[in-house]
Design a protein around this ligand. Structure first.
Ligand SMILES: Cc1ncc(COP(=O)(O)O)c(C=O)c1O
Length: 380
């Protein structure tokens, strides 16, 4: 056993736990956030071709230049902000590595980092690993909105960074333009960095617009964006993503990136470089997932769950307070073992593990799976 573990209180992630329980009990797995349909064969063929073409050695440290150019163009077309592909974009092993690298490059002992809970589970441990202190702000159901006065009150002379995530996992809510303007104002006044986790940027419903930090000039100047191809192109197992940031921040990012991975795998980058040239591959994603959300919600009509439709991501929160008094963990475990459906109890992402009686389901599943899932859930 190691003395002085750097992360003494970190259990196995809830995703690993629930997926294992789903497999052990032969349950439908709506817990972890991954699609159960395939990555596009045309994209797979491009990766295959890149291997045949010999892109099997180290890629450039910041990533394939052609891919960085495509990403730069995509952001400029969507948000009217130019990231120089040469100095302001790095290809990463998924968003997780980008998040780790950003925090490693910027957070030192004693720095405070504000996160909004429920929060994706890699933020807090990574901040703690580098001696930073998490300052959580709990968002509350059913709308999980941000009270910017509360944020202002939590900012101290030690606050170095705010982490945001919109569209938000697990609540499926969005930050609005007004939210972003409030954030911009606070970040400027208090000289804060922003880590904007935008992995669900292309999964946004009901005609809403993704309010990327890159749309706000002064905010973009002090922000890192993280993105995930796995979420956008149905291949989470490839662990591919990127980070975009102004040059002075990207310089610090790359100092760390080169010693974390040096570079990420080449043939996949080559495949994405060609695939991204057709904007439909990501622009049609919102419609695709909105259909899935609507299909699932339609099937759930008349159920005993209280449901506020997700506005983005491929997650839907289900409030089970009218079904059971159990803790969300007990409820989710019982669903897996007795009813053969695995979900995520969301208290694990909350400040002090607060239990709002909400479970999260992932609807990135085939219609057959969603129909089977809704049938089980409606009987509760
Ligand atoms: C909010 C959020 N950020 C980051 C990630 C990690 O993305 P990746 O698989 O590209 O590392 C996820 C994955 O579920 C996520 O939901």
């Amino acid at each position: 056993m190691i003395k002085n573990s750097k992360l003494p209180n970190i259990p196995t992630s809830i995703f690993a736990k629930m997926s294992k329980m789903a497999a052990n009990h032969n349950a439908l797995n709506l817990s972890q956030g991954f699609p159960n349909f395939p990555s596009d064969p045309a994209l797979n063929a491009l990766v295959d071709q890149a291997m045949r073409d010999g892109f099997n050695q180290y890629a450039p440290m910041a990533g394939d230049f052609e891919l960085r150019m495509e990403i730069s163009e995509k952001i400029e077309n969507l948000h009217n902000h130019f990231y120089n592909p040469d100095t302001e974009i790095t290809i990463t092993a998924g968003a997780t590595q980008a998040i780790y690298t950003i925090i490693a490059a910027t957070i030192s002992k004693g720095d405070e980092v504000i996160i909004f809970t429920p929060a994706y589970d890699c933020y807090a441990p990574t901040v703690e690993l580098f001696g930073g202190k998490i300052v959580p702000i709990q968002l509350k159901p059913p709308f999980y909105g941000v009270d910017w006065q509360e944020v202002a009150d939590k900012i101290s002379s030690k606050t170095k960074m705010i982490i945001i995530n919109s569209p938000h996992n697990p609540s499926g809510t969005l930050l609005t333009k007004d939210d972003m303007l409030e954030l911009q104002d606070l970040a400027e006044k208090n000289d804060l960095l922003v880590l904007s986790d935008e992995v669900y940027e292309h999964i946004i419903f009901d005609g809403n617009i993704h309010q990327s930090v890159s749309r706000f000039k002064a905010l973009a100047e002090r922000s890192f964006i993280t993105a995930s191809f796995g979420k956008t192109f149905h291949n989470t197992g490839w662990k591919m993503g990127y980070c975009a940031a102004p040059k002075y921040l990207m310089k610090e990012f790359q100092k760390v990136h080169q010693f974390v991975v040096f570079c990420v795998n080449y043939p996949f980058q080559k495949g994405f470089a060609t695939y991204l040239k057709d904007a439909n591959h990501y622009l049609k994603l919102s419609d695709f997932y909105q259909q899935k959300r609507d299909f699932f919600l339609h099937l759930m009509k008349g159920s005993n769950f209280k449901i506020i439709p997700s506005k983005g991501t491929y997650f839907q929160m289900l409030d089970f307070s009218e079904i059971s008094n159990e803790s969300d963990i007990t409820f989710a475990e019982r669903l897996t073992k007795a009813h053969k459906i695995a979900t995520i109890p969301t208290s694990v992402f909350n400040e002090g593990k607060r239990d709002f009686k909400q479970i999260r389901v992932c609807f990135a599943k085939t219609d057959e799976t969603l129909a089977e899932a809704a049938k089980i859930l409606k009987e509760l």
